[in-house]
Write a protein that binds this ligand. Structure first.
Ligand code: ADP
Ligand code: TRP
Length: 332
């Protein structure tokens, strides 16, 4: 029996990298499997958002989940902080998570570099909490982008270690999942690496991006001085634009620009204009839906409370089993 679990940290608005890497799969999977999709607000404390921002970011992600088609009747949509059982499972996993293996995780090394004044223990044990998120519901499939592969490996390690230690088959082995053949990596607009909020505003196309800033951002995206010679390979920045086109443009349009590149007749300005138009068609329907849902406090409250109730029921069942295996017994 497959169970799907995934989450996203609330760090502001969702971008199309989050959509194609993760959320698009959520929408498909909710039709066929029990699904738990949450907002990882505990995880966001590893980078210390202010209390003033936290709630509005959570609200935004919840509204965006609903706007793109997640259905709270089908999937369980909840806030991580509404399910305190996850913190308990995290504590147990931490007892058997070793400093050496945690220090080797690339997201930890990256964060330690980018926030040298705040290398906190939560950052170090980020993959432990993530394993707890998944294994709390005995998740087997985890729809995430390519950057999360190593975290999934750790989740398998912690689950297997617990099984071995207590000689029980409590936890399955969760696998990263994408409907596409490979895990997705959506490039950003600034020319290097995956689209990411940490690369700055100009790198990201948000699901709720206003039409004028969408156009501006794409027209300003990095390119190069043109094909070096017919048949040469595009630079990373230009390849990124081709990759973005593949997500929202028709096959004919993509082929047209590929051929133009090969023949050395390409005009990057035209290509970007086309990409901006097709991207606008793609995201426009969401923009209004997101703002309508953001104003619907009743719907958001109902969604979060239904989700919390369903998620806690599943979590409580796992924790009862785990506590028994560890050896806790009640005196009363
Ligand atoms: P960001 O890097 O912008 O902070 P997150 O780390 O919060 O994004 O990512 C949330 C989810 O979206 C994860 O499953 C992650 O793998 C996926 N994701 C984020 N950026 C991309 C991207 N550029 N391409 C594919 N998937 C992505
Ligand atoms: N680490 C994920 C990210 O940065 C968010 C996340 C937290 C997650 N817990 C999870 C994803 C459990 C999948 C499953 O995007």
């Amino acid at each position: 029996m497959e169970t799907v679990v995934s989450g996203i940290r609330p760090t502001g608005m969702l971008h199309i990298g989050n959509y194609f890497g993760a959320v698009r799969n959520f929408i498909q999977l909710q039709e066929s499997y029990p699904c738990y999709f949450f907002i990882a607000d505990f995880h966001s404390l590893t980078t210390h958002p202010t209390p003033a921002n936290l709630h509005s970011s959570v609200k935004r992600v919840l509204a965006e989940y609903l706007a793109v088609g997640l259905n709270p009747e089908k999937a369980t949509l909840y806030l991580q902080s509404d399910v305190p059982e996850v913190a308990e499972l995290y504590l147990y996993f931490n007892m058997n998570a070793y400093l050496g293996e945690l220090e080797r995780v690339s997201s930890f090394k990256e964060k330690a570099r980018s926030q040298p004044d705040n290398i906190n223990a939560g950052l170090l044990t980020y993959p432990v909490l993530m394993a707890a998120d998944i294994l709390l519901h005995k998740g087997t499939r985890v729809p995430v982008g390519k950057d999360q592969e190593q975290h999934l490996e750790m989740a398998r390690t912690f689950g297997n270690r617990f099984n071995r230690l207590y000689q029980a088959e409590v936890f399955p082995e969760p696998q990263a999942f994408s409907e596409t053949a490979e895990l997705v990596k959506v490039p950003g607009l600034t020319g290097a690496g995956k689209m990411s909020k940490s690369a700055g505003e100009a790198d990201c196309i948000y699901l709720a991006e206003p039409a004028d800033s969408l156009h501006k951002k794409i027209m300003r995206a990095k390119t190069d001085s043109g094909p070096a010679e017919p048949g040469s390979k595009p630079s990373e920045a230009v390849q990124n634009l081709f990759d973005l086109m593949k997500l929202v443009c028709s096959a004919d349009v993509c082929t047209f620009y590929h051929v133009a590149y090969q023949e050395g007749t390409i005009r990057y300005g035209d290509m970007k204009k086309q990409l901006a138009e097709d991207m606008e068609l793609f995201i426009a329907p969401w923009r209004e839906k997101i703002s309508a849902i953001l104003a619907n406090d009743n719907l958001l409250a109902k969604t979060a409370s239904l989700g919390a109730e369903k998620a806690r029921a599943s979590a409580a069942a796992t924790l009862a089993e785990v506590r028994h295996l560890i050896g806790f017994r009640k005196f009363y």
